[in-house]
Ligand binder design. Structure first.
Ligand SMILES: *[C@@H]1O[C@H](CO)[C@@H](O)[C@H](O)[C@H]1NC(C)=O
Ligand SMILES: *[C@@H]1O[C@H](CO)[C@@H](O)[C@H](O)[C@H]1NC(C)=O
Ligand SMILES: *[C@@H]1O[C@H](CO)[C@@H](O)[C@H](O)[C@H]1NC(C)=O
Ligand SMILES: *[C@@H]1O[C@H](CO)[C@@H](O)[C@H](O)[C@H]1NC(C)=O
Ligand SMILES: *[C@@H]1O[C@H](CO)[C@@H](O)[C@H](O)[C@H]1NC(C)=O
Length: 414
């Protein structure tokens, strides 16, 4: 009987080797885009070309860090190819798209050139609504990354600086924002869903699995977000391989301020394995927001009630919210007369706290996640399913658009 069942499971496994995603075949065998550069005639740009808009955090060697970093530029002609530098992790998965067309995926390699578009690429011959076409590429994984070496378009063609987007969101978080265990990793997390879902919005995802807000080692991350958010890299093995012990503060002055910052942090602080004291969690969460306020005084901040973890009790399921009182107390602190009359800012590089003389308007908002997810929105590896991520993103989009009057500008693109 047991043997029979095992055999049956094998058969089932064979017959489901093709993964169906919402009724369509999901491609996991991504097309090989590698080419020999010498076989074409190209116009080539260096990674420092001013026409290239960098998204998220990149270091001075043009190496990407954190989640979903990318590039965007306009281009004329049909062909776009990219040469990747030797610090590219072998096989890093990137998503790329032309203008508002579908995302495509391919694995890229250091030292190689990959061609992403040609005359057969859907949308390539069109001039509406994007003229010229816009090329965007983003890294799916937080632990991998790419080094941009060169951009190529056909000989006689050129790249142009893309139009600036009218609003900017910064997401600060952990594996939940990074889309860990989702179909396309960071390109399927709720942070991505909100950024793309609002449309015409610049967004960056400074998130990494395992990280705490408390400044201590958590699941392999040497420091917490209350410090590391102020730096270009997460301080992981890739940063050490590139830079040794030298760490680079992120140059906030060289990048536009975010209009909105969405923070979902603490699931790792709450994990017993990291032994974080809840008072320390609150202190460090406050520092992170004081830091955001110091760098971007006009930014609005949304802090999310944590939402992972369902359990069965009796004959139903219930949701547990880690550190719920602590997160709410952070929200209350930033809306207190004490804070608003003499706001405190923090600098994670100097570790200095400064009290400002001028009062500030309330800028911290609380996003109550209770009731959005149900127990089956969490996958077996304790992270939201694709559906769970989309639910979270949809509710956040509605909250943002209602609260701040942000128009929903995505009216078609994937
Ligand atoms: C890019 O780098 C090259 C080589 O280091 C240099 O010659 C060029 O002037 C730089 N271009 C820009 C736009 O900074
Ligand atoms: C492409 O990337 C995906 C996601 O990281 C990975 O599972 C797959 O093995 C990679 N494929 C190749 C050929 O490197
Ligand atoms: C674009 O136009 C060229 C030239 O007419 C044609 O060969 C090519 O198939 C077109 N591409 C697409 C995606 O329609
Ligand atoms: C930062 O400052 C706080 C408060 O003064 C102190 O407790 C902490 O040890 C300092 N951290 C570092 C890394 O210097
Ligand atoms: C969040 O929503 C739940 C469900 O409506 C409610 O019980 C709770 O009081 C709300 N507020 C906070 C701070 O969690």
């Amino acid at each position: 009987m047991l043997f029979g069942l095992a055999a049956l499971l094998c058969l089932v496994a064979y017959s489901t080797a093709t993964i169906l995603q919402n009724g369509q075949v999901r491609v996991t065998d991504y097309p090989d885009t590698k080419i020999e550069l010498s076989e074409g005639s190209w116009m080539t740009y260096g990674a420092n070309a001013t026409e290239i808009h960098y998204i998220g955090r990149w270091d001075a060697k043009h190496v990407s860090h954190w989640s979903a970093p990318g590039i965007r530029f306009g281009f004329t002609g049909d062909d776009v190819a990219v040469t990747f530098g030797s610090y590219t992790q072998p096989g890093t998965l990137v998503g790329y798209r032309v203008s508002g067309m579908d995302w495509q995926f391919t694995n890229v390699t250091g030292g190689a050139t990959h061609q992403f578009t040609n005359s057969r690429t859907p949308g390539i011959n069109e001039t509406y609504p994007f003229n010229p076409n816009v090329f965007e590429m983003r890294v799916s994984n937080w632990g991998y990354g790419i080094q941009l070496d060169k951009i190529h378009v056909s000989e006689g063609e050129s790249i142009v600086k893309p139009d600036a987007r009218p609003r900017t969101i910064e997401f600060i978080g952990d594996s939940l924002s990074a889309g860990m265990y989702n179909s396309y990793e960071a390109l399927f997390g709720f942070a991505y869903g909100v950024g793309e879902g609002l449309g015409n919005t610049e967004y960056s995802i400074t998130a990494r699995p395992g990280i705490c807000v408390t400044d201590q080692e958590c699941f392999g991350n040497p420091r917490g977000h209350s410090r590391q958010w102020f730096y270009t890299t997460p301080g992981d093995w890739r940063s050490r391989e590139l830079w040794g012990d030298k760490e680079h503060p992120w140059n906030f002055d060289a990048h536009p301020a975010a209009d909105l910052v969405v923070i979902n942090i603490g699931t790792n602080d709450a994990n017993e394995a990291n032994n974080v004291d809840s008072a320390d969690y609150v202190t460090h969460y406050k520092r992170l927001i004081q830091g955001v306020h110091g760098k971007w005084p006009k930014a609005q901040v949304i802090i999310m009630k944590m939402w992972i973890g369902f359990f069965q009790s009796g004959n139903s399921y219930f949701q547990s919210h880690d550190l719920a009182n602590e997160v709410y107390s952070v929200y209350e602190y930033f809306n207190s007369e004490e804070y608003l009359s003499a706001p405190v800012i923090y600098d994670g590089v100097t570790n200095e706290t400064t009290t400002l003389g001028e009062p500030t308007e309330p800028f911290v908002h609380f996003f109550n996640t209770t009731g959005i997810l149900q127990f089956n929105d969490i996958g077996p590896l304790w992270h939201p399913t694709d559906v769970g991520q989309i639910k979270m993103a949809s509710h956040l989009i509605q909250y943002i658009s209602t609260k701040f009057g942000w128009e929903m500008m995505a009216t078609g693109p994937e």
